[in-house]
Ligand binder design. Structure first.
Ligand code: FAD
Length: 506
């Protein structure tokens, strides 16, 4: 009798890989574990917006997600596989797909947001009860936040000692994807079409995003390679100039897990040929510190899960914020009359991204000059940033508002004119994003209201018509913000919140 060898793939049950914020093939422990089981691999993405609650992806993130899923599907197809798309409550979708495909196991990479992690634990229990094996792996952070603690065993709240401690910990090597095609199931389960997820905007406002970005793992890796090759050395000097292109522009790629901090680490090590613990060279050192801030953000979110809504420093809950829809609208639309603020807000609207220095300037402007709650700014960023990330956004806003960990003191109020002159000295950032001011001479570009009438006329600027006057007087607004802060600190709390709310911004 002839001996018939049954291919292994047929005899081993399929494994589902549940993709979330890990839209890549390389350095993907869940995918590697699924392949190592030897059976068919079913890559699955589930759009479960209801589970994300108020932090469901905003419009710009959804745009990115659409393109990143398309790229992941393309990469999987080049390996003989494909991405199955579904929507609904993730737990029941997973059970349904397991039943339909005969899968016996589900693998995923963990997410850093506490609410998502709690949901994962619930789903894991349900799947185990249904007889499925679940394997989860550390996702897109370098270190497990629950294991990094200060000497008293408590979470760090200051960046420098946190990162000093992290730098003593070994960074795992990125995992390579094994060569070869993936084992495909005998029959693929039905997938939704990508368009059916409804991620793309209904009205076409996304041309600027498409011009500025290319989502997906291949682009992320290219972007990292180019940055390390061409910009890393000068990063320390150029990272604070918004007009230049001196930063890595990796944040959306990192957020969606198209690339991991481990891969960044490996690229820095390879470029600087450093055999020791940290990459050599000032550029690499400073850049690695920035990756450290991302890590710190996840550390804080893990230990203080209330912070996307509530200030880490509880006394700030009593801060007498103003209520002013018109001012919020002017800020959102880039019509505050402060050119560097307006340039940033317009860059954000057009491209879904903004330089870090400008994020700090216009966040300070919202919170201190306009005295509007930092949560309103964080919410706007959530909807408009392609890199909107619960951990980093929360850290950035609480840092600026002075109510977070290792935050800028509240009395440090950024002067938008001086910041503009310092970091956009020749005005080219403002000229690019606020074209109605492009012809103003450099000495007036950051304060057009101080320009003499002839300079304005020569540049074609008509204040109030082609460009607004400042919506607040910075000096007065600063004084008022500091008074509000002092009031908050009174042992009995602010005198009257109503009094502050109604107080007009100067
Ligand atoms: P690079 O300077 O090249 O830095 C490399 C990477 O380090 C970044 O991609 C990012 O992952 C990380 N990083 C750098 N700076 C920070 C930082 N301050 N905090 C945390 N991680 C950092 N970043 C987000 O990814 N998502 C957000 O939603 C977000 N919201 C912010 C809101 C405010 C008010 C502020 C002040 C900052 C915010 N940041 C956020 C941090 C920072 O502005 C961006 O990470 C950075 O501008 C991304 O550009 P890049 O990749 O060129 O950065």
């Amino acid at each position: 009798m002839q001996h018939v060898r049954i291919p292994r793939a047929v005899s081993i049950a399929p494994t589902i890989v549940w993709f979330r914020l890990d839209l890549r093939l390389q350095d993907n422990p869940a995918l590697n574990a699924a392949r190592a089981r030897g059976g068919p691999v079913i890559p699955l993405y589930i759009l479960d917006a209801a589970a994300e609650g108020r932090w469901a992806p905003g419009a710009a993130s959804r745009w990115w997600l659409h393109h990143s899923l398309a790229a992941l599907d393309g990469a999987l197809r080049s390996r003989g596989s494909r991405l199955i798309l579904a929507r609904g409550a993730a737990g029941s979708v997973l059970r349904r797909f397991a039943r339909a495909t005969g899968a016996r196991a589900v693998c995923w990479n963990e997410r850093g947001e506490p609410a998502a992690a709690a949901r994962d634990r619930r789903i894991q229990r349900d799947l185990a009860a249904a007889g499925l094996e679940v394997k989860s792996f550390r996702g897109s952070v370098l270190f497990d936040p629950s294991t990094v603690a200060n000497r008293s065993g408590r979470p760090f709240q200051v960046f420098t000692p946190f990162w000093r401690r992290c730098r003593t910990l070994p960074v795992e090597k990125p995992q390579r994807l094994r060569r070869g095609k993936f084992v495909a199931p005998a029959r693929w389960p039905r997938s939704l079409a990508l368009g059916a997820l409804g991620l793309r905007p209904k009205i076409a406002w996304d041309a600027g995003l498409a011009a500025a970005w290319s989502a997906g793992e291949a682009s992320a890796r290219r972007q990292l390679r180019r940055f390390v090759r061409d910009k890393l050395d000068a990063y320390a000097e150029r990272r604070d100039q918004p007009a230049g292109d001196g930063t890595a522009r990796l944040s959306p790629h990192l957020h969606f897990g198209e690339i991991t901090p481990r891969q960044v680490w490996a690229a820095l090590r390879a470029a600087t040929r450093e055999a020791g613990g940290v990459p050599a060279g000032r550029g690499a050192w400073v850049f690695w510190n920035e990756i450290g801030w991302r890590e710190f953000a996840y550390h804080l979110l893990h230990h203080f899960p209330q912070t996307p809504q509530n200030p880490l420093r509880p006394e700030f809950a009593a801060f007498p914020w103003a209520r002013n829809r018109a001012a919020l609208r002017a800020w959102q639309q880039g019509r505050t009359g402060y050119p560097i603020v307006d340039a940033g807000m317009r860059q954000l609207w057009r491209t879904g991204w903004m330089h870090n220095r400008v994020r700090m300037i216009l966040a300070s402007f919202l919170v201190k000059d306009l005295r509007l709650p930092w949560q309103a700014g964080a919410r706007w960023f959530w909807d408009t940033l392609v890199d909107a990330d619960l951990a980093s956004n929360t850290l950035g806003w609480q840092w600026t508002a002075g109510c977070g960990a290792d935050a800028a003191p509240f009395f440090r109020v950024f002067n938008p004119v001086l910041q503009g002159r310092k970091f956009d000295g020749d005005g080219s950032y403002v000229r690019r994003w606020v074209p109605e001011l492009a012809k103003l001479p450099v000495r007036h570009i950051h304060a057009p209201w101080e320009a003499p009438p002839t300079a304005l006329a020569d540049a074609g600027v008509i204040l109030r018509q082609t460009y607004p006057l400042p919506i607040v007087d910075h000096r007065m607004a600063r004084r008022l913000a500091l008074a509000a802060y002092d009031d908050m600190k009174r042992p009995t709390g602010p005198r009257s919140r109503a009094r502050w709310r109604s107080r007009r911004i100067p």
